[in-house]
Design a binder for this molecule. Structure first.
Ligand code: DAH
Length: 335
């Protein structure tokens, strides 16, 4: 019996030492230590032996079991490490980089715009997303039946409020609470009832600018906008002003920059014109001053509004505005 145990021990040791994988180690465990193993059978049969034999064989069985368990653990860790060298740790694997968060591309664009305008002496102001008809329309000289309202269809909330269609109502709120001189930019989310496509979303972002003082001239507006666009796109950027219409400015100008994609030669982004419309602007209409209780004969000013998403698209090369608000990390981590 003792010889048999010795032979079993030798066979088990060899099987465990030669095992190359977890499943081979497991096979050896079942064969030599499992319920149906010979060792287990001998162990269970100890009761049938004479007293003397039982003591001797019992001791040998226990010794063998504990030896085999030790060998089993060794074999397990050897196959787990692959190399057998570093105790289960493969020091040749490249480390795992922790994810590093960063700002959303729209936030990065906005930070850049704010930085430039702060450098030009503007302060940052904010207003509510849910506006009333007076701030979003009336005070900005959009009377109830004015066709300019058509472009500003939006979402109405119970009780007469609406989701603001532009950041211009912040002009009204600031002027209602402060006296000139005022020099602010107001960034934020705006809403429109749009059918979404690559360049339109029902939520997007604008940055409003307002300067009110005495004797403000159109030339100052032009100077500030050109300075801003040069800071953003470099000294050589082409800028042009075209006559435009907004109810709250008179005269009004649309401001285009030379297309960043084709450098003015004409491409799909600029629809072959070489220019991309970037902002609306103009001299504050006297009716707007009257609506906030300023004397239009005393004060004058300029205003402008630009689309942050469009600037972000040009800065990042993203060609579909809807991607910005889907919050898909597979997209956001690329830009
Ligand atoms: N509020 C206008 C819009 O959303 C943009 C705009 C145009 C703002 C001209 C201005 C401005 O301040 O002067 O369409």
């Amino acid at each position: 019996m003792i010889d048999r145990l010795r032979a079993l021990g030798a066979a088990a040791r060899q099987a465990l030492e030669e095992a190359q994988s977890e499943s081979e180690v497991e096979e050896a465990r079942i064969a030599f230590l499992g319920r149906k193993s010979e060792l287990n059978r001998i162990s269970r049969g100890l009761g049938t032996l004479s007293d003397g034999e039982r003591r001797e064989v019992g001791r040998a069985v226990n010794q063998l079991k504990s030896d085999l368990k030790g060998l089993l653990e060794e074999a397990k860790s050897r196959v787990a490490s692959g190399t057998g060298g570093a105790g289960g740790l493969d020091v040749t694997l490249p480390g795992r980089r922790p994810w590093v968060g960063r700002k959303h591309p729209l936030t990065r664009t906005l930070d850049r715009l704010e930085e430039i305008f702060l450098g030009l002496g503007f302060e940052v102001a904010v207003g509510p997303h849910i506006e009333d008809d007076f701030h979003n329309f009336e005070a900005l000289n959009f009377p109830a039946d004015h066709p300019a309202r058509d472009e500003h269809d939006t979402f109405y909330v119970e009780g007469g409020g609406l989701l603001r269609t532009h950041t211009s109502p912040v002009q009204i709120r600031v002027m209602q609470t402060r006296k000139p001189p005022i020099r602010i930019v107001a960034p934020g989310r705006v809403f429109r009832n749009e059918t979404p496509d690559a360049s339109h979303g029902s939520e997007f972002f604008q940055l409003e600018g307002l300067y009110v003082d005495r004797d403000v001239r159109f030339g100052e507006l032009k100077g500030v906008l050109i300075k801003f666009l040069r800071e953003l796109y470099g000294e050589n950027v082409g800028v042009r002003l075209r006559p435009g219409f907004f109810p709250f400015t008179e005269p009004s100008a649309e401001v285009d920059v030379e297309c960043r994609i084709c450098r003015g030669r004409g491409c799909g982004v600029c629809k072959g014109t070489g220019w991309v419309e970037l902002l609306g602007s103009g001299m504050v209409d006297p009716r707007v001053f009257a609506a906030v209780g300023y004397d239009p004969d005393e004060v004058s000013g300029y205003a402008f509004g630009l689309g942050i998403d469009r600037i972000a698209m040009m800065m990042t090369g993203v060609d579909d505005i809807r991607l910005f608000l889907e919050n898909d990390l597979r997209f956001l981590r690329q830009i």
